[in-house]
Design a binder for this molecule. Sequence first.
Ligand SMILES: *Cc1c(COP(=O)(O)O)cnc(C)c1O
Length: 430
Amino acid sequence: MTDSITCVTRNDCVQLDAQDALAPLRHQFSLPDSVIYLDGNSLGVLPKTAAARAAQVVTEEWGVGLIRSWNTAGWIALPQRIGNKIARLVGAGEGELVVADSTSVNLFKVLSAALRIIQTDANQRKVILSERSNFPTDLYIAESLAQQHGMTLKLVDADEITAHLNDKLAVLMLTQVNYRTGRVHDMAVLTAAAHQAGALTVWDLAHSAGALPVDLIGSGADFAVGCGYKYLNGGPGAPAFVWAHPRHAERFWQPLAGWLGHAAPFEFTSDYRPAPGINRYLCGTPPVISLAVLECGLDSVLAAEPLGGMPALRAKSLALTALFIELVEARCAGHGLTLATPRASEQRGSQVSFARDTGVDGGEGGYAIMQALIARGVIGDFRAPDILRFGFTPLYLRFVDVWDAVEHLVQVMQTSEWKQARFQVRSSVT
Ligand SMILES: *Cc1c(COP(=O)(O)O)cnc(C)c1O
């Protein structure tokens, strides 16, 4: 299915916004007037509640409550309490998901667990399978674990995955939505096929949680991790989350066996006894201020629940991305921008990527085009070597923002504004 909205004029977009039942959700955020923010897939925007909440944690809970706040302000239970809120967005059950550490670290824990479970069941399985264009940190963690376990990390293209599900496979480790192209894997279908082959699955939900409906339990997934600072609006470096299916949660001590994953941390025993269920996936002391701010971000997503929740957000996200694709292709034709995101809506996450053909207009230009857009207040990002990436968060983006962003892109391309020297200088974070 390719959905299509024909929005011929800016005024049509204004009309779509007027009819949008999710439009009031935008008021939850503090957004600069001069910015069209198309990077919520990389760093979500600031909820208006976050600054006051952070100040309250610092001045009252820390400043006055001091160490008592671990109990009186509920600090010690934040990983579980906030985890339960995330669970609602990803189809996990109460008490099955905790917030901790970073996505990279959590991936290390769950992939270790999956490998240990498989190794005790069937020792012939020596392959971790992933997608060649998976996010690098996922591949580096997997490579490191493959080395430790005497295994091989095999990387294939998305279309080749099912052909590699066989009796040598230990774990299929995938990111549900590809960070470059926005292509969505069918979690239920691939999990079933991996299980059929006798393997386990580890899913990274970095670009799924808060972006589209996810059904971890329903799809039969084994393990999952995800990110707090992207679509969950948790702030820069927000803690991440980790989930293990209840059938696996207690089968293995995760390798970072820290005291807060202990069954009774305040008994201070010298031997490790893992906490029941997912709590053993905690390691050290939780980052309280970051967790409090993450909860503000999460609440901004959960505020959509009375308005239809994730299915309603998904429908708006697809309408925004479909419109962006349609307008860019219609208005920027001939400028060497090729759609890198699937056209079929069920295969498209909440972002649109265009590959910049090399050799057009006398240079590759992808990075410089994005810099020129950012200088105009249209903030997306660039993923080397050639991807211009635009994220669409339906909580705060309007159809008119899509129109205006494309208008800026048209001007940048038609006037060759991006060729200016100032747009060629690379920053360390792209
Ligand atoms: C953003 C992202 C990460 C980030 O990992 P950190 O540990 O937070 O740096 C990991 N994996 C994927 C697929 C991502 O998109």
